[in-house]
Design a binder for this molecule. Sequence first.
Ligand code: M6R
Length: 608
Amino acid sequence: MCGIVGYLGEKEATPILIEGLERLEYRGYDSAGIAVSVEDEIDVVKKAGKLKVLKEAISENPPAGKVGIGHTRWATHGSPSDLNSHPHSDCTGDFVIVHNGIIENFQQLKDELVDKGHSFRSETDTEVIAHLIEENYQGKLREAVLKVARMLEGSYALAILSKREPGKIIAIRRDSPLIVGIGEDENYIASDIPAFLQYTNQFYILDDEELAEVTRDNISLYDAAGNRIEKDVFVVNWDAEMAEKGGYEHFMLKEIHEEPDAIRRVLSNRVTPGNVDLSEINLSSEEIRNYDKIHIVACGTASYAGIMGKYVIEELVRMPVEVDIASEFRYRQPLIDENSLVIVVSQSGETADTLASLRLAQKKGAKVLAFTNVTGSSIAREADEVLYLQAGPEIAVASTKAYINMVVAFYILALYLAKVRSTVTEDRLYELIEEVLRLPKLATETIEKSLELVKERARVYKLQDNAFFIGRNIDFALSLEGALKLKEISYIHAEAYPAGELKHGPLALIEDGVPVVAIATRLSLYDKMLSNIKEVKARGADVLAITFEGETEVEKSVDHVIYIPRINELFSGALAIIPMHLLAYYTSLERGYDVDQPRNLAKSVTVE
Ligand code: M6R
């Protein structure tokens, strides 16, 4: 959500900034712009729309200069117009800034600045920052920025250029991510690591309220009080290619095909034959035995992984688990204390509501364990303990491999808690571990076996306006994820229901040809699912069932069946979701939509 890049070096800045912005496209945006400085001039070009519009605008006369900043904007205050696009500047044009976040007190600050004679060009909250710097500049940009930062309420990551101090970029952040890339005779600034991974794998990750003063051959770091600080260099092991499409048409398809490997990585060193080990997280056996409740807090797909976690933990560990959407949790005065374990789940590690929930839980005395995919993210840094998802970079807005790894992380945690609390016998634990270890191989088989039928179904689904996903127990958790994936990238209205709930309302919507995806992997509830399938079939639904190989009884009642390899039914979710990820992908493709960057959505939701 909004992407920031900055470059200072020996090369022309414009192509490097554009390339960096392209690598941040996954964050979602609706306008883009750059500012490049030569000596004491700053050339700003900004356009509503995708990066190709900006590229066209600069194609004949690209801004020349070796220092610059760039931005992709996801509109919050003011429409996605050329004027509202970043960079923004003050009255004189001396201070040029890009911003990610929301300034909550911008209206009050703007009114005060207008009273002092400042004139504004945009409707954005961001522009006040440029005018405040103009107002407070007394010969040192760094000091002015620190002073202004103290006046701002809300969140920001900022990169600032000034004609008064050419050859320099000031970067500062609070509650929005910002990193500084370290090169040779050149340095970089970005919202996220993939932006410049092809140039460097060494970064400083700024913490809240920290400021970086960057020139092409120096990086000085400061705290909020203006004191020099030292930080460790963060070395990234991904190579640039890992963040590329690797030959697939879209990141989402590549990421689905990476699911088996992703599962292998999350299991690695944690689950081995006969053992499950989570000593990497600092939870003592005593703590684990003393917890009386688990709270799982997350947004979107991550919350659906959390619902799966609830079913699995409650069944194996016999402990109550509550699952909350983070934007609800943070405002509902939750009943948690030091006897609660709070698990926050976030692929990006930057989701604003999840981060706020983490802080709330800590304030109430609970220990917070984070499941996240991004090392060095805000959630990773603030949580008491972190279990990294190890899915590798996920670029497509629709989360796929990270979702699966969240689910598998819950399997691992459930097995570990069950071991420590002795809620399963040693033999059963051994068997369950053996089953979990089969997942990577079975995930590959699932992709291979479901692909053709999924592609065929997508050609039918593309013509539909509505779809339903039904299931019971863990299959209901899966149906939530299946429906979200279809709706977010194919724009088909998709609803998930516990299958037993159909006759309490949604059955009224079933008529001839309405697609229903019926997930039936919970074998203890298989007969009940068959009855629910018959209810929708009798009303004309076009039913696609997903069940285990060998469960052929369902064929009598449905139109199509995707069979997944047999595994202990507690762990079917990590396989059964794969055809639903593929179905969403191919339906979106059939409809001709932008699969990786669906309309109105952003990969990393860093505002409330
Ligand atoms: O980065 P997070 O896991 O915290 O993101 C949470 C949601 O925004 C995210 O899962 C969203 O629902 C995805 N677009 C789903 O595919």
